[in-house]
Design a protein around this ligand. Structure first.
Ligand SMILES: Cc1cc2nc3c(=O)[nH]c(=O)nc-3n(C[C@H](O)[C@H](O)[C@H](O)COP(=O)(O)OP(=O)(O)OC[C@H]3O[C@@H](n4cnc5c(N)ncnc54)[C@H](O)[C@@H]3O)c2cc1C
Length: 458
C-alpha cells in the first residue's frame, strides 16, 4: 500500500498524471492472460526519461514497488502488480526519435507500438519485422524478448535491439549498446535488459535494426492429411535452409476455431501451415517450388495463394487472432498458454505428444505455433477446478518434455508469474543464483516488478 504522504509527493512531481481512480487502476490490474488480476495503488503516466528517473528516485526512497506497463498484452501476467504499488504506464512516450535510412536503424521511445512504427517506416521503404500478434509497445516487446511469426527469418527482439536507454531502480539513467552492428566492448547489458520483464529497470528508449521492404512477398496456405505430415514438412524445410519468412502451424482444432472466428470458410478444419516468402521474384519462385514439393511429400494438398495485399492481410490477421479464436471455443474458460520451444529435430514428437495428452484428458486445447523456430503454443482452456488441475499437470508434462529435449519452457512470452517454477529446472540452481545476484546488484531494495521471473524475487 502506498502511503498518502508518498502519493502527495508523487503528485507534487507529476500533477494529474498520477491517477488513482478505480477504472484506471483496473485497466492496469491485468494483462491478456488468465492470471488473477491485482490492482496497483496508483497509475503514473510518464512522459520522459527524466520523469522516470525522478519517480524511481522517490520509489527507492519510499521502497515502493514499481511495475512498468507497456500495452498490457502480455500473456504471462508479467505486468500485473501482484504486490500493489505503482503501475508505470509508458504509453505517452510514443515518439519515433530518428530513422536512419542509410544505416537501417531507428531510435524510438519505449511506448511506440509496432504498428505505429511500421506506419512511420512505410514512406522510407523499410519495416520492423517483429510481430507479436498484438499491437504491443516496443519497450514491452524488448522487456519480454518477444518474437512472432517473422522470427524464423528475421530473429527475435534479442537480435534486433542494438541499444537501450534504461533507468535503473535507483533512478540512474544508463545507455547500453549503440548503433554499430557489432561490438565487443564490455558486458552485453543490452541483452541483459532485453527479456528482463521490468525486474531490473525501466526501458525508455530503444535502438532497433530495420529491414528493406522485400521486392516480392507471397503468402500461401497448405492443408495436410495429418499433423505429423505438416510438422515433418516444416522440419525438412528448415533443415534444407529454405529462407521462409513465416511458417505457422495450426492444428485441426485451432483451424476449426479460426474458421469460425475469422470466417475462413474456404478452409477445412485440418492441420494447416500458413507460409510467407520474401525476396526477389526468382528467389521467391525457387523457395515456393522447394517448399511445395516438401509439403506434397508429407500429405500436403494444393497451395492456396494470397497474392493481393488485402488477401494476405486477411490471412495474417486471422493467424494473429488465433488466441481469441481459441478462447471462443470454450466460452467462460480461463486460458493457460504453453509456449515451449524445442530443437527442430524434436518438434514432431513434442507437438504430437502435446495433442495426444490433451485429447486423452478430454481438454479443449488448440495448438498453434511458430514452428519454423521449434516454438509452439497449446492454449489450455479450463472452465472448472477439474479442468484447471488437468491443465496444470499437462502443462508441467509438456514443459518437462521440452526441457528434456534440449528446449525451453518459454520461447517468447517470458516467465512472468506462471513459469517461475520452471527456471531452475531449465537453467539449474547455479544459473538462477547468478540471476539473483544480478537482480540484487541492480535492484537491491527489490522494488522493480517484485514477484516476477525469479523464484523468490520480491
Ligand atoms: C493475441 C496475442 C498474440 C500474441 N502473440 C505473441 C507472439 O506471437 N509472440 C510474442 O512474443 N508475444 C505474443 N503475445 C504477447 C505480448 O504481445 C508480448 O509479450 C509483448 O511483448 C508485450 O508487450 P506490451 O507492450 O503489451 O507489454 P506489457 O504486457 O505491458 O508488459 C510485459 C512485461 O514487460 C514489462 N515492460 C513493459 N514495458 C516496459 C518498459 N518500457 N521497460 C521495462 N519493462 C517493461 C512489464 O513490466 C511486463 O513485465 C501475444 C499477445 C496476444 C494478446
Amino acid at each position: 500500500m502506498i502511503e498518502a504522504a508518498t502519493l502527495d509527493r508523487l503528485r507534487a512531481l507529476v500533477g494529474d498524471r498520477l491517477q488513482t481512480t478505480q477504472a484506471i487502476r483496473e485497466q492496469h490490474s491485468h494483462d491478456e492472460s488468465g492470471h488473477a488480476h491485482a490492482l496497483p495503488d496508483a497509475v503514473l503516466f510518464v512522459e520522459s526519461t527524466e520523469d522516470v528517473s525522478a519517480v524511481l528516485r522517490l520509489a527507492s526512497a519510499c521502497r515502493m514497488p514499481v511495475v512498468p506497463f507497456g500495452t498490457g498484452t502480455g500473456i504471462e501476467g508479467a505486468s500485473i502488480p501482484v504486490h500493489g504499488g505503482l503501475s508505470l504506464d509508458l504509453s505517452r512516450m510514443d515518439q519515433v526519435l530518428s530513422v536512419n535510412v542509410d544505416d537501417l536503424d531507428a531510435r524510438v521511445q519505449a511506448g511506440v507500438t509496432r504498428l505505429q512504427l511500421n506506419d512511420a517506416l512505410k514512406a522510407h521503404g523499410l519495416f520492423f519485422p517483429i510481430d507479436p500478434g498484438a499491437d504491443a509497445s516496443i519497450g514491452g516487446m524488448a522487456s519480454t524478448r518477444a518474437s512472432g511469426t517473422n522470427a524464423v527469418r528475421y530473429g527475435t527482439m534479442r537480435e534486433n535491439v542494438l541499444g537501450l536507454t534504461v533507468v535503473t531502480a535507483s533512478g540512474e539513467v544508463i545507455r547500453t549498446g549503440g548503433r554499430a552492428r557489432k561490438s565487443a566492448a564490455g558486458y552485453d547489458l543490452t541483452r541483459l535488459f532485453v527479456g528482463s520483464e521490468g525486474t531490473l529497470g525501466v526501458i525508455t528508449e530503444v535502438q532497433l535494426k530495420l529491414y528493406g521492404q522485400p521486392e516480392r512477398i507471397a503468402s500461401a496456405v497448405c492443408q495436410f492429411d495429418t499433423l505429423e505430415g505438416a510438422v515433418r514438412s516444416v522440419i525438412e524445410t528448415i533443415q534444407l535452409g529454405v529462407p521462409v519468412a513465416r511458417i505457422e502451424l495450426l492444428d485441426e482444432l485451432q483451424m476449426q476455431a479460426s474458421i469460425a472466428y475469422s470466417k475462413l470458410d474456404e478452409f477445412m478444419p485440418a492441420p494447416t501451415l500458413f507460409y510467407e516468402f520474401h525476396g526477389s521474384e526468382a528467389g521467391v519462385a525457387e523457395q515456393t517450388a522447394t517448399v511445395a514439393a516438401l509439403a506434397a511429400g508429407h500429405g500436403g494438398g494444393a497451395f492456396r495463394w494470397a497474392a493481393k495485399t488485402e488477401d494476405r492481410n486477411r490471412l495474417w490477421k486471422a493467424r494473429h487472432a488465433a488466441y481469441y479464436a481459441g478462447l471462443a471455443l470454450h466460452p467462460g474458460a480461463r486460458s493457460m498458454v504453453a509456449d515451449v520451444c524445442v530443437p527442430i529435430s524434436r518438434l514432431a514428437e513434442c507437438v504430437l505428444a502435446a495433442q495426444r495428452d490433451s485429447r486423452e484428458a478430454g481438454l479443449v486445447a488448440p495448438i498453434v505455433g511458430h514452428v519454423g523456430d521449434g516454438n509452439f503454443h497449446v492454449t489450455y482452456l479450463a472452465r472448472d477446478e477439474r479442468e484447471r488441475a488437468l491443465t496444470v499437470s499437462l502443462h508441467r508434462v509438456l514443459v518437462e518434455r521440452a526441457i528434456d529435449a534440449g528446449g525451453t519452457c518459454t520461447g517468447e512470452h517470458g516467465i512472468g508469474i506462471g513459469k517461475r517454477g520452471y527456471l531452475a529446472r531449465e537453467h539449474g540452481e547455479g544459473a538462477v543464483s547468478a540471476m539473483q545476484a544480478i537482480k540484487r546488484a541492480l535492484d537491491p531494495l527489490g522494488i522493480m516488478n517484485p514477484g516476477k521471473v525469479l523464484p523468490d524475487a520480491g
